[in-house]
Design a binder for this molecule. Sequence first.
Ligand code: ADP
Ligand code: ZN
Length: 729
Amino acid sequence: MNKRMRVVVMNAALGPLDYRAPSDWPAGTPVPPGSIVVAPLGPREVLGVVWDAEHMPAASVPEAKLRPLREVISVPPLQPALRRLIEWTADYYLASPAQVARMAIPSIGALRGPGQITEYRLSGELPDRMTPKRLMALEALQGEQATIRELSALCDVSEAVLRTLAQQNVLEPVVVATDRPYPAPEPDHDVPQLGPEQAAVAAELRAAVAARQFAPLLLDGVTGSGKTEVYFEAIAEALRQGENGRQTLVLLPEIALTQNFLARFEMRFGVAPVAWHSALKQSERRRAWRAIALGDAKVIVGARSALFLPYADLAAIIVDEAHETSFKQEDGVRYNARDVAVMRGRFEHIPVVLASATPALESRYMAAQGIYRTLALPARHGGAQLPAVHVLNLLEHPPEKQHWIAPPLVAALEQRLEAGEQSLLFLNRRGFAPLTLCRTCGHRIKCPNCSAWMVEHRLSARLACHHCGHHMDLPEACPECGDKDALVACGPGVERIADEVARRFATARTALVTSDTMWSPSHAAAFVENMQAGLIDIIIGTQLVTKGFHFPQLTLVGVIDADIGLEGGDLRAAERSFQQIAQVSGRAGRGEKPGEVWLQTRFPTDPVIAALADGDREAFYDAETESRRRIGAPPFGRMAAIIISSEDVKEAQEAANRIGGTAPQIDDLWVMGPAPAPLSMLRGRHRYRLLVQAKRSLELQRILREWLSPLPFPRGVRVSVDVDPYSFT
Ligand code: ADP
Ligand code: ZN
């Protein structure tokens, strides 16, 4: 009889369950913890992970009722360090172990399945007759190759139509071997000549990798100082270690940056690294996951989801642009990949490098406490100077009516155009206008599902909600009073700035860079190529252009609205605003020519603007740290948000009141709310919030669990807890 074992099944609603080994498993040999298994669950089968019973309590099931597992999948078991990380993450963020473990394993198809996948691509033949759908597919699938399902998602044409096209040989099958090996990066392919400061930091990083010990390192270097170049040396060291080289994980905040990174990496190491992100095809996902688990993929670059993969032999983690708020996941398990990366480093006994020109206040605080070690690169590589910053007071220099670029900035742009240099205008707002208003009755067009305005997108000729994705055609008449031609666009988005640029500088070649125009790696690559080839004079972009890019001919950055980020007034508004403007400013003057930055503002004396103008980062951090200390906010205290939502407003309100009414009365714990959330309706659900703040000495997670888990809520009510919240909407 095979013994009992504990299994975390991939079902967030269920706790761990006990099973027996599969009936064909050799008697007397335990199934190793970490093994990925297929378990029967009622009439179905689910994936699960065998767990260390002593780490994971479960309801006891009598021996006679234990069911045998169906299968132990032949992939390497999740290692102890990863299992501890999953436990820690579940505990810290009040998630179930299953929810976290799911991030470590792919779908059953990618795990088991054949080592071959049939993908399809256009053969060049034409269908027997053309239909609109077929035409759409033919146009959209140019140059693509993927499974029928993936192609269907790509071109928005049903799988049935595509299958017919395959029968007619318009789509031809290609068999892809999913388990073919990745070429190995060569640590000595193209070693750069580092400057003295860079060399010193690189030596520290190499030593940290060689030491095989936990070391949290804050790589704090100004924009253009060569942080990437330097952490590449940590990767090179990892590749030189062990028999065939050890692994490194590089986390990037956006997929849009990956392309740029891949190209740079390839120049340094001879081959591209292995990419991991949500847009991978099934064949790529399977190939990457297995190579990671077997240790054959040496360098993995990915979005935050790459953090939980089962690396066989991880030597270092690098979090690039570590201050970025996109490392915080805002649904499901609400974890912060920067913080979890540090924990993974602890469990794996390896260094974790947080690289940034504008570190998070929390990271700076840890460094000041001596918990993180700071490695500083205070100067730009090659003697390039940081750009000069001009504050442009909009009250003194107002733009003309229905224009947003003030005269001094217009003049500066003209100069750059004449000099043949490149400029960048930054406004962190997608679309043409954030609000559409009726001139006759004052009606504002709102999303039917959210308490938010519909944003006009002129490129796609429609109104869209940025919260739920709802969209509609731009109405000709006001939906409220029916007046024709009375709707006006209020305020600017990037599309409107691009419009103004086109009207002012008729000959300028422009590029609009937002997630609406750069939604795929190939679009991003084309943009970078055009910039480098000097085919673009003025970029107009959202936060997508603030980081990572290196364009030596870009010498002017104009911030259209430096006050925009300060409006929300949440905990990190000032910090985020400072970081974003400092980052976008850092795109200017990276080559031989000096750069300049113009900040358009209505509040020239605001501390954030003043610090940016004076280039006085320390003053900003000191003041901001002090104000957090005063109110006991993170990093000086703990914080969690509780968000209650329901389609029924009364139900949501009652649930929120019940939570508020049962709040624990504990010293050093403060509960604010419940109150309607600023975004009081989202995707048709009414939302309430509570904010919990506590001294660091309290075990906030335990208190929250004991407070919330006994409370009964109706089915339609969703209660989610956001530990260390970043979003206050
Ligand atoms: P950061 O990541 O700090 O913004 P990067 O690593 O992107 O800086 O470096 C900025 C630019 O300077 C890049 O184009 C990089 O290739 C170049 N660079 C940095 N250090 C060196 C070096 N030692 N030798 C040659 N080029 C370098
Ligand atoms: Zn909406």
